[in-house]
Design a protein around this ligand. Structure first.
Ligand code: NAG
Ligand code: NAG
Ligand code: NAG
Ligand code: NAG
Ligand code: NAG
Length: 195
């Protein structure tokens, strides 16, 4: 028996109950976290009230944009807290990056707490210089609906009792359709899902 244990390298652990206890606690916590964390994650994302002030191409094919929307980030879990170390929102138009907003102030979200974010994307981009992208823009303008993808990159850690998981990165993909009528008033719809 002792020979088998020693071969498995367990003899040190058996001689030192403290190490064994620590390992048992760590193992139990990870099994517990694994059982608690649903496949869809702990956090739910909800996009609403987009507001497009400007989304237009000037004669030199530069896209000028100024838009915003609200996101609720809600921790749905009853037992796990979430540390957000950094959040980055990157806006894409037909696969071309047009702008980004970074939240670099870390914050903690307790059980079932919600946080509101209101990223404002404003500036200009040469992403549409490529003629095929410009065609996409002109077609969508004619049709009256622009489609924008905003990806949220989140660096998070979960807190369960007095344990923190290592930092991991999540990517959330949000799609926003904004409809423009001949007066250029806008109405919008959209949604997010986890990657
Ligand atoms: C968009 O650009 C067109 C052409 O340059 C211009 O006529 C129009 O007023 C602009 N609209 C907005 C909302 O900026
Ligand atoms: C973007 O739109 C907002 C709301 O109308 C306005 O206050 C802000 O000045 C605009 N930013 C730029 C750079 O045009
Ligand atoms: C969206 O966010 C803005 C800025 O924080 C806020 O003024 C507005 O009330 C929010 N809209 C809703 C519907 O919560
Ligand atoms: C976001 O924008 C900043 C400043 O414009 C830039 O330094 C950074 O690389 C951008 N991040 C990504 C992922 O594009
Ligand atoms: C759109 O704008 C026009 C002109 O400003 C206005 O008459 C119309 O009522 C607006 N429509 C909506 C749905 O807001």
């Amino acid at each position: 028996m002792a020979r088998i244990s020693s071969r498995l390298g367990l003899i040190n652990i058996l001689h030192n109950p403290c190490i064994l206890i620590v390992w048992l606690i760590v193992l139990t916590t990870f099994i517990y976290l694994w059982l608690l964390v649903p496949p869809g994650g702990v956090v739910e994302y909800h996009v609403y009230s987009p507001n497009f002030v400007e989304f237009n191409v000037s004669t030199d094919n530069v896209l000028h944009y100024n838009f915003t929307f609200n996101i609720t980030v809600q921790n749905l879990n009853q037992k796990i807290g979430v540390y957000y170390d950094q959040i980055e929102a990157v806006a894409y138009y037909h696969g071309e990056k047009i702008g980004n907003v970074t939240y670099s102030t870390p914050f903690f979200q307790g059980k079932t707490a919600a946080t509101f974010l209101n990223p404002v994307f404003t500036g200009s981009s040469t992403a549409l210089r490529d003629s095929s992208k410009l065609e996409d823009f002109n077609r969508e303008e004619k049709e009256g609906t622009f489609r924008i993808v905003v990806k949220l990159y989140l660096w998070t850690r979960y807190k369960f009792m007095f344990f923190n998981t290592p930092q991991h990165q999540q990517e959330i993909r949000c799609q926003i359709w904004f409809h423009v009528n001949s007066y250029r008033n806008t109405t919008t719809t959209g949604g997010c899902r986890m990657r």
